[in-house]
Design a protein around this ligand. Structure first.
Ligand code: BGC
Length: 435
């Protein structure tokens, strides 16, 4: 079979993010930020208060860090040594779902099962010590409203999580109840933060010039330090970090694949930017686009972002690796020319994702700069897509240059690997120092 060239070009063009589109999306993002600062109800950005600003870098002591936000949950004991130094004393982790064995994120699971699983992991991290006092920082990576640093109420699940009984609840109440059920009375949760906030805290603990933190992985979201927001319950310096829940940014135009996927997703009408850009969805978009080329519309081939990354990495003349991956997914071997086309589509989806995400960064940079100069800064990012997906870093840099011109020299992105855990420990330290 050889794919129809006209259909291929039309599918490919759906994923193009032109320079004009970039400028429009970045401008709309900035406008949404401005409206959100006045009243979040008028913005597609949730602008959630975190009740933390920047750490001093001198936070010290040993803290427990619970990192809960994807299919893998991790609990660490982290010793903060000040001057940006830290040591991971112990780390344990387990997935929330093992197909065929258990599933704590599906519709048939319960909140108790989910939080009992977290309590079991915490018990493992403290090695069954039910006497020593531990303060716990909790990175909970879903949209939540807070009215102080330690109470976060889940607004809505994202990333296709569907466990009943958690939406609308205060997550550390559920966690505390599970700790008690397990006989753990010596672990006290003192801070809940989003993973973007964790990345910002973690990067700012180690470096100066960090005001934006982002996750570019299964899910996507960005937070930033807003100097004009103050609250007496806020810990740290420089204003307050706002969790934008930018994955929910709506003021950008979805293509027909985005719209089709949205209709069949767990939460139709929500998380437009995330569904167009994050790792959880890239493979789905590729699958739908490929099905149009093979004439098997509607078929779910099960491509993942990891498949895409391996296909793009394959630069051998005959694209054998890419060919094999595709053959396994679609059930037949394709001609080299068609394999090239699918690889090109995968690249286009990744490039669009990197470009759209950059628009949100630039919207924030413009907003922070106001009428003044853009500051020299690093944007801290964690997540497998940023870390491992080919084409991402260079396309973020390229889009920054397109949007910021000469000012792009002042801005770069840095990987903050493991920031979700370290940030939770830092938030816990910030909370107890002033206790
Ligand atoms: C969640 C965010 C989170 C992001 C990255 C999104 O689905 O809504 O709260 O920061 O994923 O984990």
């Amino acid at each position: 079979m050889a794919f129809n060239e006209k259909i291929f070009q039309s599918v490919l063009s759906e994923f193009e993010a032109t320079p004009e589109m970039l400028r429009e999306v970045a401008t709309n993002f900035r406008k949404d930020l401005q409206m959100g600062l006045r009243n979040p109800d008028n913005s597609s950005l949730r602008m959630l208060k975190s009740y933390v600003g920047l750490p001093s870098g001198n936070e010290k002591g040993e803290f427990l860090a619970l990192d809960f936000g994807g299919t893998n949950v991790r609990v660490s004991r982290i010793k903060l040594k000040g001057s940006g130094e830290f040591e991971i004393v112990r780390r344990v982790g387990e997935p929330l779902i093992v197909p065929g064995e258990y599933d704590y994120i599906g519709k048939d699971s319960t909140a108790e099962q989910m939080f009992d699983f977290l309590a079991k992991l915490i018990d493992d991290a403290i090695e069954g010590d039910h006497d020593t006092k531990f303060y716990l920082g909790h990175t909970f990576s879903f949209p939540s409203t807070q009215d102080d640093l330690n109470n976060a109420r889940l607004i809505i699940w994202t990333k296709e999580f569907a466990t009943p009984g958690v939406e609308g609840e205060v997550v550390n109440d559920l966690l505390n109840a599970a700790l008690k059920r397990r006989g753990i009375n010596n672990v006290e949760p003192v801070a809940v933060i989003n993973d973007t906030v964790a990345v910002l805290l973690s990067a700012a603990y180690k470096n100066a010039g960090i005001y934006i933190g982002s996750i570019y992985a299964t899910g996507h979201n960005t937070c930033y330090l807003e100097p004009s927001v103050h609250d007496e319950k806020c810990f740290g310096q420089g204003g307050m970090i706002l969790n934008l829940e930018s994955g929910g940014f709506m003021k950008l135009t979805p293509n027909r694949f985005d719209m089709e996927f949205d209709r069949k997703s767990e939460k139709p009408g929500e998380q437009r930017l995330e569904k167009m850009a994050s790792g959880r969805y890239m493979g789905e978009l590729l699958g739908m686009a490929v099905a149009e080329l093979t004439g098997e519309n509607g078929k779910d081939y099960g491509f993942t972002s990891i498949d895409m990354s391996m296909m793009i990495f394959d630069e051998t003349p005959n694209l054998e690796k890419a060919s094999d991956i595709i053959a396994k997914k679609i059930g037949k071997q394709l001609e080299l020319d068609d394999v090239k086309k699918i690889r090109e589509l995968a690249s286009a989806i990744v490039i669009r994702s990197a470009r759209l995400i950059t628009c949100s960064f630039v919207g924030i940079i413009w907003q922070r700069a106001g009428e003044g100069e853009i500051e020299k800064q690093h944007i801290a990012i964690d997540g497998s897509v940023y870390e491992k997906m080919p084409l991402v870093k260079e396309n973020i840099a390229k889009a920054l240059a397109e949007l910021l011109g000469a000012d792009a020299a002042k801005v770069d992105t840095i990987l903050d690997n493991g920031g979700s855990g370290l940030g939770a420990a830092i938030a816990a330290a910030m909370a107890v120092v002033d206790k």
